[in-house]
Design a protein around this ligand. Structure first.
Ligand code: NAD
Ligand code: UFG
Length: 346
């Protein structure tokens, strides 16, 4: 019998790459996505790559009747839970939407899972739960801190509620995957990150400058206590990240309780190093100017990924140049993302 996985948010950036990895590994995949920040084209492109199509259900994780129907119709063994809103700035202006989608949505999903006797869950958490850690690299024993924005707090709240759930019922087996900074795209150039409007994150911004959609990059501060003064992050290729989910899925089918794993490379790069690496990979110039620090940003953040290496047998394979080459391939082949022109709908 086929092993069937429900992937919430599976049409999105990380979800589509993970759906591909699952299909390639022989899983049956059901994607539940309300398409609020994605296009179903990502899944059609997944089919182009691997010749397999997931079952796609357009719908919302907050819709309990729909969830009950999905769990009674399909024999699901585990859930990979990506669905949620993720824009930090937007979360400050619309906190209720973030708590409703990310927290209430997760509560709804877990209740439906419990009712259906499905207890294996992999949750997309974030390094943001560590706040401004003083210890670098950050391992999983580092204390969590209250994040500075509703998005980050929603991630920490879901982590806490999943721990409570696991303490209350030993049948739960949960992975909290703390992603560092996902970047890059599948090497086919067919799927990648397709932000709505002006990107907030560094790499999509750089690649839109390189292709001429944006004039210049603003570098948020060069007065941090780092070697070149700009912020340092641990950028991880999205295909390595997707592989980490498969390994976590395997692991939680054998363990129980809550397992926390950092998914990062263990190497930090500064904003200026990222610009130079992108220019090398794309042979395009990326004009930039130094501006004030962005509120809420931290100086540096990189992972100690040893726990995932030891317990999951997972480590990243792709280097900075691969991240940049693959980002540029995706950007140059798809200047409007999944849209066919600047004014078509996603
Ligand atoms: P994304 O926006 O591309 O994907 C999220 C998907 O969830 C989208 O397809 C969206 O349409 C869907 N969705 C949102 N709310 C939904 C709802 N209520 N019901 C059904 N579908 C819904 O984002 P991503 O970058 O792929 O991120 C995936 C997950 O990883 C998110 O939970 C995000 O918070 C987390 N994460 C992302 C990053 C990052 O930098 N990309 C870092 C750390 C954690
Ligand atoms: N940066 C710029 N200019 C930009 C965008 C970013 O200089 O236009 C700098 C930032 O100041 C930071 C670095 O580039 O030093 C990375 O910034 P990103 O916005 O790409 O990523 P963050 O580390 O701020 O945050 C990301 C996600 C969060 C997640 C966090 C940890 O956006 O949701 O990684 O996983 F919580």
């Amino acid at each position: 019998m086929k092993n069937t996985i429900l992937v919430t948010g599976g049409a999105g950036y990380i979800g589509s790459h993970t759906t591909l990895a699952l299909l390639e590994a022989g899983f049956e995949v059901i994607v539940l996505d309300n398409l609020c920040n994605s296009s179903v084209d990502s899944l059609n492109r997944v089919q182009k790559i691997c010749n397999k199509l997931p079952i796609f259900i357009e719908g919302d994780i907050r819709d309990r009747i729909l969830l009950n129907n999905i769990f009674t119709t399909y024999k699901i063994s585990a859930v990979l839970h990506f669905a949620g809103l993720k824009a930090v700035g937007d979360s400050v202006n619309n906190p209720l939407e973030y708590y409703e989608n990310n927290v209430a949505g997760s509560v709804n999903l877990c209740s439906a899972m419990a009712q259906a006797n499905v207890f294996n869950l992999v949750f997309s958490s974030s390094a943001t739960v560590y706040g401004e850690s003083t210890q670098m690299p950050i391992n999983e024993r580092a204390p969590t801190a209250t994040p500075t924005n509703p998005y980050g707090r929603s991630k920490l709240m879901v982590e806490e509620l999943l721990k409570d759930l696991s303490y209350s019922d030993a049948r739960w087996s949960i992975a909290l995957l703390r992603y560092f900074n996902p970047v890059g795209a599948h090497q086919s150039g067919l799927i990648g990150e397709d932000p709505n409007g002006t990107p907030n994150n560094l790499v999509p911004y750089i690649s839109q400058v390189a292709i001429g959609k944006l004039k210049k990059l603003s570098v948020y501060g060069d007065d941090y206590p780092t070697p070149d003064g700009t912020g340092i992050r641990d950028y991880i290729h999205v295909v390595d990240l997707a592989d980490g989910h498969l390994k976590a899925l395997q692991a939680i089918s054998k363990t129980g309780g809550v397992n926390i794993w950092n998914l990062g490379t263990g190497i930090g790069y500064s904003v200026l190093e990222m610009i130079r690496a992108f220019e090398m990979a794309s042979q395009k110039s990326v004009p930039f100017q130094i501006v004030n620090r962005r509120q809420g940003d931290i100086a540096e953040c990189w992972a100690d990924p040893m726990k995932a290496q030891q317990e999951l047998g997972w480590k990243t394979e792709r280097k900075l140049n691969d991240m940049m080459v693959d980002t540029w391939r995706w950007q140059s082949l798809n200047p409007y993302g999944y849209k066919t022109s600047s004014n078509s709908v996603k």
